[in-house]
Ligand binder design. Structure first.
Ligand SMILES: Cc1cc2nc3c(=O)[nH]c(=O)nc-3n(C[C@H](O)[C@H](O)[C@H](O)COP(=O)(O)OP(=O)(O)OC[C@H]3O[C@@H](n4cnc5c(N)ncnc54)[C@H](O)[C@@H]3O)c2cc1C
Length: 390
């Protein structure tokens, strides 16, 4: 029996079938066959989600063979890419066309359909998440049709599926809005957390990217700022905090230590107070947790299930070693995040039910209406998604 597990190993699954997809036609045939047989079908990207998005599908489809740039329009900065393209191959491929993603997350191991599934983001108060970059999609639907959608054609399907949770069909290709290739220089240094919080508004305003990690049981934070530069790339790249090169070479980091993670988004103005509440929880109650707390910014967008929907945002992430218990810690953090009107990251741990998620997401019912219209029998729903369905 096939076995699948996610990046951290915390989530595992024994699907009836693990299917590698090499063509759009094959994706469509698999979707139709699953619907006919009543099997649930989930796609997998790079398995970097901590949330139960892939587990317990009867069939798991791996689309990483659908990779690379299909077409590029340099003048408009738009590209079609295969749905399974990994971010670490996308950066250099876009660069060959003089283009780049406007922002990237902490790592670049994920797939493009995986990052857009969950609203994956980097840091930068003027920069939106990766789902907001999707301007078109080709999807193999449950009935075996291939549909193309954009703001002009099948616009509701496009709007809903920009952040798709793998629930609309198998995404065979995405059209992305890119920007001209650009270079970045990063700088990082340590400073006392209270000093950092006192200067935070200015640091966020003055730098294209600004983020920090606070280390529990210390007074110290690691601050990193990244800004555009006209300096030539410096090779070898050097360590995180000292790189100067093209954006796709500076933004991603190496994060080898297996962990679990909870992340919530709060309104930007609430960020410092929420951070202090989490700090206080760690100082008083969870004094044995050593994994850092990460603080980033994210611009408002209009993506239906985005955690930054209509709200400039601060994201706060808490982590724990994959081999240590995390539930009590995460539940206590979640209580704080919810008191700050927080919205959970779709790819990370949360304990919310459908009613709570509906209260958080203004477009919840619309998202499900559009989703159900293309997959009425629920082929693309696994037990987790069934559990939060209205
Ligand atoms: C070390 C680490 C660092 C991270 N850093 C960040 C960060 O900086 N910022 C951030 O926001 N998040 C971050 N994340 C979270 C991560 O970016 C998200 O969970 C992302 O969704 C994972 O992408 P993936 O390709 O691994 O997709 P998976 O986890 O494999 O799948 C995610 C979803 O995408 C769907 N999917 C994948 N491919 C397809 C397809 N072709 N068609 C249809 N559905 C598909 C799956 O069904 C599932 O619903 C990090 C995670 C880890 C483990």
């Amino acid at each position: 029996m096939p076995h699948w597990q996610n990046w951290s190993g915390r989530l595992a699954s024994k699907p009836d079938q693990l299917s590698f997809i090499y063509s759009e036609q094959q994706a469509a045939a698999l979707a139709r066959a699953c619907t006919t047989s009543g099997s649930s079908l989930r796609a997998v990207g790079s398995g970097h989600s901590h949330a139960e998005l892939v587990v317990d599908g009867d069939v798991i489809a791996d689309l990483q063979a659908l990779s690379g740039i299909i077409s590029a329009d340099i003048d408009s900065g738009t590209v079609w890419v295969g749905g399974g393209t990994k971010i670490f191959t996308l950066g250099p491929a876009l660069h060959r066309h003089g283009l780049a993603l406007p922002n990237q997350g902490d790592i670049d191991q994920q797939s493009i359909s995986g990052v857009t599934a969950t609203g994956t983001h980097g840091t930068g108060a003027s920069l939106q998440n990766l789902s907001s970059r999707v301007i078109g999609a080709r999807i193999a639907l449950a009935n075996g049709d291939i549909v193309e959608c954009s703001a002009e054609h099948n616009s509701e399907l496009w709007q809903a599926s920009r952040l798709h949770l793998g629930a609309f069909g198998l995404i065979t290709a995405l059209q992305l809005q890119c920007v001209p290739a650009y270079r970045l220089a990063e700088r990082s240094w340590k400073l006392p957390l209270q000093e950092l919080l006192a200067d935070l508004d200015g640091l966020i305003a003055d730098n294209r990217h600004c983020e920090f990690f606070w280390h529990p049981q210390t007074d110290t934070a690691d601050l990193k700022v990244i800004n555009p530069t006209s300096a030539a790339p410096k090779y070898p790249l050097g360590s995180e905090g000292e790189r100067c090169s093209w954006s796709y070479e500076v933004l991603p980091n190496h994060r080898p230590h297996l962990h679990t993670e909870m992340e919530y988004s709060v309104a930007a103005a609430q960020g410092p107070a929420c951070m202090q509440a989490i700090q206080s929880l760690l100082n008083t109650t969870f004094t044995d947790v050593r994994w850092p707390v990460e603080y980033r910014t994210l611009a408002a967008d209009d993506v239906w299930l985005s955690t930054a929907f209509a709200r400039d945002t601060v994201t706060i992430s808490v982590h724990q070693d994959v081999n240590l218990p995390d539930e009590d810690y995460y539940r206590a953090c979640e209580e704080i995040f919810l008191a700050f009107d927080g919205r959970p990251h779709w790819g990370k741990t949360n304990f919310l039910d459908g009613t709570q998620l509906e209260a958080i997401h203004a477009k919840w019912q619309d998202w499900w209406r559009v989703r159900d219209s293309v997959d009425p029998s629920g082929t693309f729903l696994n037990p987790y998604l069934q559990s939060i369905r209205p």
